[in-house]
Design a protein around this ligand. Structure first.
Ligand code: UD1
Length: 422
């Protein structure tokens, strides 16, 4: 177990470059297991979740080599339709292998039920509904899910709930099914568009990704033999933007897609943070004198405010004048970090799915635990803005999703070091 030690209170200055999107990378690497030829994926972030899915794909028999952000993939040597190791259970995104292995074999796949961050019940009924619409039968036993079909045939799929994972899984599964699959009430997150663009570059015919109706015309062969660059990470970019707003300073966050950042940029401006949007960068400024205004946030599927920026934004709201609210509508248990913030002096009450935050509060240092990836990042932001030396422990959870987190923050002038602890 490792810790970050943060001496808070210093503003952040300079430039930070955003890495490739974690969630896009996970969907794309799993989706690559469907291909009939090799491919190259660029801008792959060197983070533990990505390294895990690479190892899981190697266990299937595929050949993958990651060199300086470029992943060379050859899935033609895959020799199984089963992925049930502990590694598979460790990451949520391994459920994409159900779509990929079923789509590859057209008949069967067996995958361990996924783990990942624990912020409430994480059902996969919409994934199952989609596979069943394609003609597969699903059974769950001994902690694994198995899907079997005599053949996969495209159909109309209506999701009762907007699900990022189910949308990606069904795009992957349907890419080689017979006929046309229509997904209605599809999720619209940037990484859904990225997975669709990747599959199309490799020979698939997917139209409408980024809207709530996606049409997939199955193709018999996905030749691959192309290179595809992953989009920048919306959540990583947003985390740095919020860190500057909370700790104060003047930072240009580079290599992002400003459109993807709109739900956050608009809220930060509303609070009184200076935002200057460039072509592929956003400059974030907050000086020492300007007070932050309280406001109301509500998490929603894209283009709504991302739930994965909820904990970081709650930390920022501690610094705003007045009472703010944070309404979490996506996950049913995503406020576990609030107790840690209270130890730092935050005044937060959570009722049902709404946190009420009174501010401004000058947070003070504490020894606190990263309970999940984004909550962990939020506590680092709290530490950057707090007086004194904060220790955030269990930082391996943060490193699942942030490439070179400590280095990037140090480059902005933060006093943060990583240390192995017992
Ligand atoms: C993905 C992201 C995660 C993010 C979430 C919402 C990845 C690897 N993870 O997770 O970081 O927080 O989107 O933006 O991309 N649901 C059902 N039935 C299902 C599937 C989901 O009821 O079959 C519900 C969930 O319980 C949740 C909501 O739908 O309340 C959204 O879940 P979903 O969009 O599927 O999240 P993930 O894809 O798991």
């Amino acid at each position: 177990m490792s810790s970050y030690f943060i001496d808070g209170g210093s503003p952040l200055y300079g430039d930070v470059v955003v890495s490739g999107s974690k969630n896009a990378a996970l969907g794309i690497i799993a989706g690559a297991m469907l291909l009939d030829g090799p491919c190259q994926i660029e801008n792959v972030p060197d983070i533990s979740d990505v390294l895990k899915i690479i190892d899981i794909c190697r266990d299937l028999g595929a050949r993958l080599e990651l060199e300086n952000g470029v992943l060379h993939v050859d899935p033609t040597s895959i020799n199984t339709t089963t992925a049930v190791s502990q590694r598979v259970r460790d990451i949520r995104a391994s459920y994409y292998l159900l779509g990929a292995l079923l789509g590859r074999s057209q008949h069967e796949a067996k995958v361990a039920l996924p783990g990942g961050c624990n912020f409430g019940t994480r059902p996969i009924d919409q994934h199952v509904k989609g596979f069943e619409a394609l003609g597969a039968e699903a059974t769950i036993s001994y902690g694994n899910i198995e899907v079997r079909a005599s053949r996969l045939v495209g159909d109309h799929i209506y999701f009762d709930k907007t699900s990022v994972g189910a949308t990606i899984n069904l795009m992957i599964a349907a890419a080689k099914a017979e006929g046309t699959t229509t997904i209605v009430n599809a999720a619209r997150e940037p990484h859904i568009v990225d997975v669709a663009n990747f599959l199309n570059t490799m020979g698939a015919r997917i139209r409408g990704a980024g809207t709530d109706v996606i049409r997939i015309t199955g193709v018999p062969v996905l030749p691959g033999r192309a290179s595809y660059p992953i989009i920048p990470d919306q959540i990583e970019a947003g985390t740095y933007m919020i860190a500057v707003a909370a700790a104060r300073g003047d930072v240009t966050v580079r290599n992002l897609i400003p459109k993807h950042m709109e739900p956050l940029s608009i809220k930060l401006e509303e609070m009184g943070v200076g935002i200057e949007v460039g072509e592929d960068s956003i400059r974030v400024r907050r000086n020492g004198t300007r007070p932050l205004r309280a406001t109301a946030f509500k998490t929603m599927p894209y283009p709504g405010f991302p739930t994965d920026l909820q904990p970081q934004s709650t930390v920022l709201l501690c610094h705003a004048h007045g009472t703010s609210t944070m309404h979490e509508t996506v996950w049913d248990n995503r406020f576990q970090y609030v107790d840690d913030l209270k130890m730092m002096g935050a005044q937060i009450e959570v009722r049902d799915h709404i946190a009420m935050i009174k501010g401004p509060t000058q947070l003070t240092a504490a020894r606190i635990e990263a309970r999940d990836l984004r909550a962990g990042a939020a506590l680092v932001i709290a530490g950057l803005a707090a007086l004194g030396r904060t220790e955030v422990f269990s930082v391996e959870l943060i490193e699942r999703g942030y490439e070179h987190f400590v280095d990037k923050l140090q480059q902005l002038g933060a006093s943060i070091v990583r240390s192995e602890s017992c």
